[in-house]
Design a protein around this ligand. Sequence first.
Ligand code: CA
Length: 397
Amino acid sequence: MSVFSCASVAQTDVPLPQESFKQCVARLQDRAADEGVSESINQNVLGKARFLEKVIGYDRNQPEFVQTFPGYLSKRVNDWRINKGREMLNKHSELLSSLTAKYGIPAHYLVSFWGLETNFGSYKGKMPIIDSLVTLACDQRRSEFFSKELMLALLLMERENISRESMVGSWAGAMGHTQFMPSAYTAYAVDGDGDGKVDLWNSEQDALTSAANFLQHLGWKTGFKWGREVALPEGFDFLLGGRENKLTLTDWAAKGVTKANGQPLGKSDIEASLLVPAGHEGPAFIVYSNFNVILGWNNSEYYAIAVGYLADLINGKTRLVRPLPELGDYEISQLRTLQESLNSLGFDVGEADGILGPATRKGVSQFQSSVNIVADGFPDQEVFTAVAKALTSKQTL
Ligand code: CA
């Protein structure tokens, strides 16, 4: 475990003050009664919840290395998933067409989410949901978030008549083929097969219909893609990148951006942002508003690109034109030190959390620009060296 992990755990791993697990459960039972959970579920399910030490372990587990985009994408978008996805597209073609007609979500996207979440239902998670949620609700780190999810999970058991044994999923509470949290299950899951029960574990039809319903509610724009790979001109200004900076396709084209194969982008006032998740040596993407819809499902740019890219491949498109660069691993602790250095140099990257998120990439690109290196927001060795140099000259002033 790195120094960073220990430090981070020390900051957050504080038990709820003066409260044992038993007291915590009693408090949650009062709240459940207030929120309309039946006496029977309250006593027999919540009252008998177990503390799961390993859930806290999973929650505290800090990876040692920074996850880079090439590593993330190649692990998730693989030949098995593409082929299986195509198989599922055929197998469920009738259902999927009806979902596209009703909700406006193309079939290959629904299948892509399904593949990424649970390998098309082959791994849905086996952790007892109520025990996991009670454990997390009684832990200080994200107590209120998980308390809310717990209440919804209990109400859901009642609403759908789900047994305690059937209520299984990920250690953090995600359930079924599409790994919906209790809040998403409650609000967006629907009875696709019409048997009167919303069952995301055992009914593929319920699960796919629920995914379509959820995406529609998140604001999916029918007829538009998630984004696409593009090619950038020589000397491109990478400060234009990042999700918050939106230009029309016409404007991107005027800046020399083309389709990945070199053909011109269509002229249009559709707004798009540009992302270079693996730096200027890797592929570049422009992303449309449906990309933000995918982020509403899971707020990770890597995830959203993976969903879109896998969907394209399942739909018969070809692999990225620009190969994924081989990026050396670096440790989270190194990234965290870099973040602290950038903050002290006046390039705001937000909290030094060891995560390569949008704020860090923005600060990195501003730093790169200030020292006249390619401002792609990717902290490669050149950036580490330049930051060290800048710190030294700052200290000698
Ligand atoms: Ca059903």
